[in-house]
Every structure is written in C-alpha cells, then in structure tokens.
Design a protein around this ligand. Sequence first.
Ligand SMILES: Cc1ncc(COP(=O)(O)O)c(C=O)c1O
Length: 400
Amino acid sequence: MLELLLPPPVDPLWDLTEAYGADARPERLNLVLGVYRDQTGGTPVMAAVREAEMRLAERSASKEYRGLSGNAAFNRAMLSLVLGSGSGGGAAERAVAVQTVAGSGALRLLADLICRTRPGTTVWISDPAYVNHRPILEAAGLTVRTYGWLDAEGRFDTAGMLRDLGGARRDDVVLLQGCCHNPTGVDPSAQAWEAVAELAAERGWVPFVDLAYHGLGDGLEADLAATRLLAERVPEMLVAISCSKNFGLYSDRTGCAVVLGASRQSLRHVETALQNAARTLYSMPPEHGAAVVTAILDDDGLRALWRAELDGMRARIEDNRRGLAAELTALGWGAQADVLARQKGMFSMLPLTARQMLRLRSRFAIYGTTAGRINIAGLPAHRVPCLAQGVAAVLGEGAE
Ligand SMILES: Cc1ncc(COP(=O)(O)O)c(C=O)c1O
C-alpha cells in the first residue's frame, strides 16, 4: 500500500523551522512561527496559567471522559469573553459553543458544519490569508474564493475588499480574521468594519470570524469590537476561537467553535451536528487547557492577572514594532518604516520580495517567510537594530 503514496507537499513553515534548526550561525533569528517570546527568547508560561495549574493540581479532578462538547464552563466563559455580557443584543443568548482542539480544530469543525448544512458552499478568504485557511476549508469539502486585503501601498484596501465581496452570494460564507490579520498585520478601520457588517446584513452571506490574536493588537476589548459589531448586525455567524496565543497554551490545544443563530430555535440541531463532526475527527477535545482558561476567567484575581500579562505582551510587541520602524527610518527607509508602523499584532509584513527575504536569510541568518512575514513578537528587543540593518541592507540591494 505505502508504495502508492506520492510525495506530499512539505509544510513551508515547518520546513523553514527545520532549516533554522540546521543553521549554525550564533546570530540566527527565528521569526517564522507565530509564538510570543520574551526578552530571553523563551516562551514563558503565563503566571495566571501557572497559578491556575497549581489550583487544578491541588483539586486533582478525575480524568474521566468529558462530553463531546468538552468543558461546559469553558464554553460559557468563551461566549461571555468574546461576545460580552451586554453586547450584540444578547448575542451570547442566541449562540452555541463547543470546545475544540485549539483554533485549528474550531476552523475545521465549523467548516464541517457548513458542509453538512450545505455541501459545496463557497467560503471567501482574504488574499493573502492565514496559510491553513484554504487547506482546512478544502479538506472539509468547501469551495474557496478570495477577496482583496491590501492596496499597492500596503494599506487595508476597503474598496477592493467590498468590490470583491460584492460577488458573494446569499448562500456563501465569508471568513474574516477578527483582529491582527495573519500574515499582513493590517486590519480594517472601524468604518471599514461597519461597511463589511452592512454588506453582510444586506446581502445575507454568513460571516465566519477567526479569532486567534485578541488582546495582542489594540487591547482585548478593542480587538473584539469587530466580532461584536458583526454579531449585532447579522442573524447568523460562526466564530473560531483560539486560546493558543493570548493564554500561551499553544501545545495544550485549547479553542472553541461558536455558532450564532437568529433565535434559540434556529440552533436546535447545531450542537448535535458539531458533536457528530467532532466524533468523526477526534471525539473529544483535551480537558487541561480548557480547565486552565476557565479557572482564570471565573476568578476575579486570576482574570486581572491574565489581563495585565496580556497587556504586557501587547506592549512589548508594540515596542518592537515601533523600535524597528524608528531604526529603519534612521537608516533612510522612512516610507517602508511607516508601512510597518501601521501594522498590528504578532506579525509584520516586511516590504521585501521573496528574493530579498532569501537574502535576509542567507546573509544575516534572519528567518521569516518568503512572503515577507515575520513574527515581531518573537524578536528580543536588543536584536531590533540587527533586524533593521539586515532589512535596510537587502532593501538597498534592490528588489531583484
Ligand atoms: C489566523 C489564525 N487562525 C487560527 C490559528 C490556529 O491556531 P491554533 O490551532 O494553534 O489555536 C492561527 C495560528 O497561527 C492563526 O494564525
């Protein structure tokens, strides 16, 4: 049997990570994967997570099977965190939430739900998009189309996006990253989100919001504003939530799939459909990360500690971004620096071509994706000048 297996495509990001691992230069800098690193280059366990884990260890609850929807208290906590208690005309009241295997599991489970509801549905994703959006949607059997995201100056292209989405039909679904767009770091303005919400309400297509970086852009509430706005304006919506980045629970695989309906009655089959989909994929999600998140969000003290740590991470990311822009300006690349300074969240898109990114790697041992994406949250502050010098040097060599 196995001799029939054709060589599968290699995951470009893990391929780059391997190349980084084999690079012996001591100054090497890994900015490929979206992982927060502190000043020492480590990815710390947040203090709120550590404290929640201690409390859970003391309680030592049973590891008996949980239900197919995972941890019910976690699901309630996710609904109130993301939709807010008072917002969205009581959006949480007309929503179902199911714990998933991180954000990726939520994306896949919701893609399955779309397919079970209406096979062959078209889902629109941004161009460029998170590298896994298309494969996850296509693996579930959905058709993918794209809408524009950036204009020629690297700004959010409101007109282009609205023009492209003008082609979305009532039966379509539109996948939108709720904040801190991966890979560009460029988000719509509040007015642009208003226009998107208006278009969704008018045309009747279903927004599918992917939330992976809330808290790391403009702050938790600001980063959730677009999701809450959409929830207020449309009858039906899907939300995939990841706790990987904002709780630092990358390997605990913690996330949640949320479905909003026009009424509770319209949701009557949703949870069972999601459970059936989960049953065929992985049965039940892992408990640990969900228990940790619930212990944090349900305790005022731990919640405040987590919010403070999240704000600290956001501030460090912002300092890196501002520092990089300032260094580049000082090196004579002010226009390029301005583009970088407008970006948000864990990622920045360097204004470099694929060839320039390769030169950044070969000459300076700085690893980002060939599309220009770097994890600005993975940069120790004292290395900001090295990155700026490398970028300035390859910019100076020209685009070829
Ligand atoms: C936009 C976006 N969505 C979802 C995810 C999935 O994250 P995870 O499965 O690790 O929770 C990521 C991870 O990088 C992402 O960037």
